[in-house]
Design a protein around this ligand. Structure first.
Ligand code: APR
Length: 255
């Protein structure tokens, strides 16, 4: 049974040489990383305002620092799943390919994807809020050990925070501008594992669609994007995406 249903989808994917993809936490679910809004999502148990906002960090830097150390530990214990690997494969067979992610886990890079646009930063880095110095994991853990209050500070005296975009903060300008250009110029836009609940990332599929792209969604559940999708591949990314990519290869005569 084909996952690419319909003649039109097959024709478009056969010819497509410019594909943009947007991923959300759902693509990492089968690696064991919890999503945010599902039944067992993180925001069902924890408060995003307290843990993923500057106000939350300002009120309780130690708690937020611990929260990201805890999440980073979980993530480092996981590995890319077949969906991440399938996207790295797809990037190799399409002339122009942009992988735009809302995820901070860097599993796409570990799966071999080269051109990854991180809209919400990454959990592997921290930076000083005063001088901007970036700390990788080793450097951060080394500084962290020096502060009994679990609130690491830079030599310049500034607080050190995770290199992630918190609620209410702007996205990295260069990253969003590159993602926007890919969305409005691509032939096919594939949204994978995102509820489409958080803007401006969730606007990208809409920009793509309104600029003539064929919009495909891969998700086991309906999302805020399903109604505007041209094709909804209902399924878990780890199960359907490898087959999807194999079918694209076949359509392009690569198999
Ligand atoms: N395969 C594909 N999709 C899946 C899978 C799976 N195995 N499991 C769950 N999903 C889908 C869910 O149906 C849901 O639509 O993934 C989506 C996850 O949605 P959210 O939990 O809202 O996560 P996301 O869309 O990535 O959130 C966007 O919100 O909290 C912020 O910064 C955070 O980047 C995040 C942003």
């Amino acid at each position: 049974m084909s996952v690419i249903e319909g003649k039109k989808a097959k024709e478009i994917l056969k010819k497509a040489e410019f594909i943009a993809v947007l991923t959300g936490s759902g693509i990492s679910a089968e690696s064991g990383i919890p999503t945010f809004r599902g039944n067992d999502g993180l925001w069902k148990k924890f408060s995003p305002e307290e843990l993923s906002s500057f106000e939350g960090f300002y009120r309780n830097p130690a708690m937020v620092t611990e929260w990201y150390r805890y999440r980073r530990k979980i993530i480092l214990g996981t590995k890319p799943n077949p969906a991440h690997l399938a996207l790295a494969d797809l990037e190799r067979i399409v002339a122009e390919f942009y992988l735009i992610t809302q995820n901070i886990d860097r599993l796409h890079q570990r799966a071999g994807s080269k051109k990854v646009i991180e809209l919400h930063g990454n959990i592997m880095e921290n930076y000083c809020m005063k001088c901007g110095k970036v700390f990788d994991i080793e450097e951060f853990d080394c500084v962290y050990e020096k502060f009994e209050d679990h609130v690491p500070r830079c030599e310049c005296g500034g607080y050190i925070r995770p290199n992630v975009v918190w609620f209410g903060e702007p996205l990295p300008e260069e990253a969003f501008s590159e993602a926007y250009k890919a969305a409005v110029n691509c032939e096919v836009f594939i949204s994978i594992g995102t509820s489409g609940a958080v803007r401006p990332a969730a606007d990208l599929p809409r920009y793509a669609k309104y600029n003539g792209a064929y919009l495909i969604e891969i998700n086991p559940e309906r999302s805020y994007l399903t109604d505007i999708a041209d094709l909804w591949v209902k399924g878990k990314a780890g199960e359907v995406l490898p087959q999807f990519v194999e079918e694209v290869k076949k359509l392009k005569g690569m198999k």
